[in-house]
Design a protein around this ligand. Structure first.
Ligand SMILES: [Zn+2]
Length: 613
């Protein structure tokens, strides 16, 4: 799948923006629980946002883009993990000191300078993910670095900010968010755009994630870390790619984005040669009055209209693949969709697919006065939506003649490409939060000494602790490394056993359908404590883990109910005697198969051998 680009020649530049949720007890500006995703929903509230001119009197491009969508926002309110601060009905409380201390440890580990005094700022949020339409953020570190494969990667800034709320539902009319996630402390780490290849972007992301996990301040679990990538190439544009699900395909997705930009650059010169022009929207509903094209007929039945526009010189260009399953047609369609329409039909597509007849095509051709190099696009929808959608699609077509637009795009890890999300937001979006006094970092640092995490020494320790070196390497990159270290540090148990349970047993249980993510840190600690003090055997660990999701937080009850206590010493000898056989191998097998969950094979073996001698 590698595209074999000469990244240097292309002028490829890339910087990272990594977001990591912190594992504090409370949220950043209120006392709501910060890691409580099974809370009871008590209410739902509704808001609508409007574009407001920023400090400089200009309405931000991304803001007005969102507000034109004219959608409602719904927010799920919870019992213990949301409050009046979260819905902006009460001023923020004093900043969470645990979060500030954690952020200082992170800054130290990334070799950052820390300002003496920190002013909390408000940053405009346009997508409704914060009911207040802003997010609080503060610069806690700057001028840092991380060394990756002997190269210095400057860490420009580290911010401590509020996490946004999570999307629950996304429809044409409204977006629904849950407020339990809103306001959880979040760290943002920004690097300089010194990254020179997509493979390096992936490597640096991995190392930043690792260092964050090793500081013991990071929250575990799906979605707790997110990577955004800023890339640009010489003749293309700066694009921000968000939402990488996993790092595995990051390099391939970046490659696809490069290919997309190169294809769009080719299209610019092709359109120029053809003297391309973008036409106007024309109502062509008449043509389809008796149509068999279901999609269009349905819209007309519901009082919708059919509008079309001519794209002079675009024939063959709209349908040509730019990169992995992505065409200029996809781009026009993605822009149009922002108005709420379901998509567009364009003339490079197979019309049979829609049930559009030859006669209808001829009529369109006549009405739009199409020449042999001309293309057209159609939108069938309610009038307002259709007109606005067409306006957006035509704007995108006009831009296609001059440049690659600067956009925020989303990573698609299945198709290995990127899709349009919104125009790139402008810069002027920050203003001071006057409800919170500046934070005196120098005072905090007098009482708190942040710990600097040394990745190299942790790597070495891990390799010494875990006998199986393959497991050691896997453990290092595992999301559960933090959990592993916590268990090792608080329970006297073999690191090799812990790592094999966390890496291999969990995988096996997940495959057989156990919701292993439901096991929290406390439960793991409890299970390993039982094992360490000899109450259960190793086999029982996996058995308990498989039962916990359905009997949460009740390890002792599971051990009692399922008779998972370890049988040893005299009691075990009694059991051996009760099996009436002299054949040692048979004895071992029989006892083991009956008491697999209760006895340690090694002990049984030595007792049987002792018995015979
Ligand atoms: Zn709250």
């Amino acid at each position: 799948m590698a595209k074999n680009f000469d990244y240097e020649k292309l002028g490829f530049k890339c910087g990272l923006e990594i977001h990591q949720r912190l594992s504090t007890k409370h949220k950043l500006f209120c006392e709501c629980l910060a890691n409580f995703f099974n809370d009871k929903q008590v209410q739902k509230i509704e808001r609508r946002q409007r574009a407001v001119a920023g400090e400089l009197g200009k309405i931000d491009k991304a803001t007005s883009f969102e507000s034109k969508k004219n959608r409602f926002f719904n927010y799920q309110v919870f019992e213990r993990s949301s409050c009046l601060v979260d819905i902006d009905e009460e001023p923020p409380h004093i900043p969470n000191i645990e979060a500030i201390r954690n952020s200082l440890s992170i800054c130290t580990s990334f070799n950052c300078e820390v300002p003496d005094e920190v002013q909390v700022m408000r940053k405009g949020v346009v997508d409704g993910s914060d009911p207040s339409a802003f997010q609080r953020t503060m610069l806690v570190g700057y001028d840092g670095k991380i060394i990756v494969e002997n190269k210095n990667i400057p860490v420009t800034t580290i911010f401590l900010e509020e996490e946004s709320s999570g999307i629950v539902k996304n429809t044409e009319e409204y977006v629904e968010y849950s407020l339990d996630r809103l306001g959880i402390p979040l760290i943002e780490i920004d690097t300089d755009p010194v990254i020179k290849t997509p493979q390096e972007a992936k490597r640096v992301s991995m190392e930043i994630g690792l260092l964050l996990r090793l500081t013991n301040t990071a929250q575990r679990g799906i979605g707790s870390i997110r990577q955004d990538v800023n890339i640009s190439i010489k003749n293309g544009s700066r694009v921000e790619i968000k939402g990488f699900q996993e790092l595995d395909s990051m390099d391939q997705i970046i490659d696809s984005e490069i290919e997309r930009q190169l294809s769009l650059t080719d299209i610019i010169s092709e359109l120029e040669e053809r003297n391309a022009k973008v036409g106007h929207a024309v109502n062509i509903t008449d043509i389809f009055n008796n149509t068999k094209a279901t999609l269009i007929a349905n819209q007309i039945k519901q009082n919708g209209v059919v509008i079309a526009a001519k794209l002079i010189g675009f024939k063959g260009i709209i349908g040509k693949e730019l990169t992995n399953d992505l065409r200029l047609g996809t781009e026009l369609s993605d822009y149009a969709k922002s108005s709420g329409v379901k998509g567009i039909i364009h003339s490079d597509e197979n019309m049979d697919k829609y049930g559009i007849t030859k006669k209808e095509l001829d009529d369109i051709s006549k009405k739009l006065e199409l020449g042999k190099n001309d293309a057209f696009i159609i939108i069938a929808e309610k009038k307002d939506k259709a007109e606005y959608g067409m306006e957006l699609a035509l704007e995108r077509a006009r831009v296609a003649m001059v440049e690659v637009p600067s956009e925020t795009r989303g990573a698609d890890s299945k198709k290995l490409n990127t899709r349009f999300l919104r125009p790139m937001p402008g810069k002027s979006r920050m203003y001071p939060e006057t409800d919170i006094l500046p934070i005196e970092m120098n005072q905090i640092l007098k009482e708190f000494k942040p710990e600097k995490t040394n990745v190299e020494s942790i790597k070495k320790t891990l390799k010494d602790e875990i006998k199986n070196q393959q497991l050691a390497e896997q453990m290092l990159w595992s999301k559960d490394l933090q959990l592993y270290r916590k268990i090792i540090n608080s329970v006297d148990v073999s690191p090799t056993v812990v790592s094999s349970i966390l890496l291999e047993k969990t995988k096996e249980l997940r495959r057989s359908g156990v919701e292993i993510e439901k096991l929290n840190e406390e439960t793991y600690l409890e299970i390993f404590k039982e094992y360490a003090n000899g109450s259960i055997v190793k086999t029982a660990i996996g058995e308990i883990m498989s039962l916990v999701p359905k009997n949460p937080d009740d390890v002792h009850k599971i051990i009692n109910d399922k008779s998972l206590h370890r049988i040893k010493g005299k009691e075990l000898e009694k059991i051996i005697k009760s099996f009436d056989t002299q054949d040692k191998a048979k004895l071992l097998k029989d006892v083991m198969s009956k008491y697999r969950m209760n006895i340690e094979g090694e002990e049984l073996n030595s007792l049987i051998n002792k018995k015979g001698s």
